[in-house]
Design a protein around this ligand. Structure first.
Ligand SMILES: [Zn+2]
Length: 234
């Protein structure tokens, strides 16, 4: 699952379409070159809110970006909405409220488009509870709300946690969690090669865990993603 990241400065909502098209063309090339199946999430990263001087303009633009992402899902050009959410760093109260409003809007559009939504957020004691409450208000199936960069925890309030697949982390997750997914959180940034985990490392880690720990990899890498994202993995 590849999610869209900021490529350009955004002036208004329709600029997000340029970003989505950029990602789709990169993915098209990758598919042709490697034959690998790639699933796609399109969204407006919560950090984008600070690109705007006026909060109202940010809300309008980011909601428009979410509308476009949902259209792509409906047209089956993408599989999920994400990353969306709220900043993982402290912001003032107005920005926080606006971010929650945008996140709620994204969940609403994901529900309409019948897809999952990938959440980027802080990880505090109350994060899962708060986001789960918003999901409940919207009426989206909580399992389809994926909290990425999740801590190792059982208290996910029905949301799907996605865990950074470092060896230590993944091993711990297999031991102590029931339903979770693994991610690399790989950022395709030439200035920071290999951040957070390179795409090659995650499969190696999983293979090692299968050999050494006999973990149930199908549950984590097939059954759950199929249910959450409504996809099929051979
Ligand atoms: Zn993120």
């Amino acid at each position: 699952m590849i999610v869209s990241k900021p490529y350009f400065e955004i002036r208004d909502g329709s600029d997000f379409e340029k970003e989505y098209e950029t990602l789709l063309s990169i993915i098209k090339g990758a598919r042709e070159e490697t034959g690998v199946r790639i699933f796609i999430g399109l969204g407006v990263h919560p950090s984008r809110i600070s690109d705007f001087k006026i909060l109202e303009e940010a809300k309008i633009a980011m909601k428009k970006g979410i509308d476009i992402a949902a259209e792509y899902v409906t047209e089956r050009k993408a599989d999920a909405i994400g990353e969306v959410g709220r900043p993982h760093y402290p912001v003032d109260e107005e920005t926080w409220e606006a971010s929650n409003e945008i996140m709620e809007y994204a969940m609403m559009k994901a529900k309409e488009a019948d897809c999952a939504v990938v959440i980027h957020s802080e990880s505090s004691e109350s994060t899962f509870k708060e986001i789960s409450e918003i999901a409940g208000k919207v009426g989206i199936e909580r399992r389809r709300v994926v909290k990425h960069f999740s801590p190792i925890t059982k208290n996910t309030f029905g949301l799907t946690p996605s865990i950074i697949g470092s060896y230590k982390n993944a091993k711990e997750a297999f031991k102590s969690m029931e339903d979770f997914m693994l991610e690399s959180d790989y950022i395709d940034d030439p200035d920071r090669p290999g951040v957070v985990i390179s795409p090659k490392t995650l499969p190696r880690t999983v293979k090692r865990l299968m050999n050494e720990e006999n973990v149930d990899v199908y549950r984590v890498m097939k059954d759950l993603p199929e249910k959450v994202y409504g996809i099929e993995i051979e």
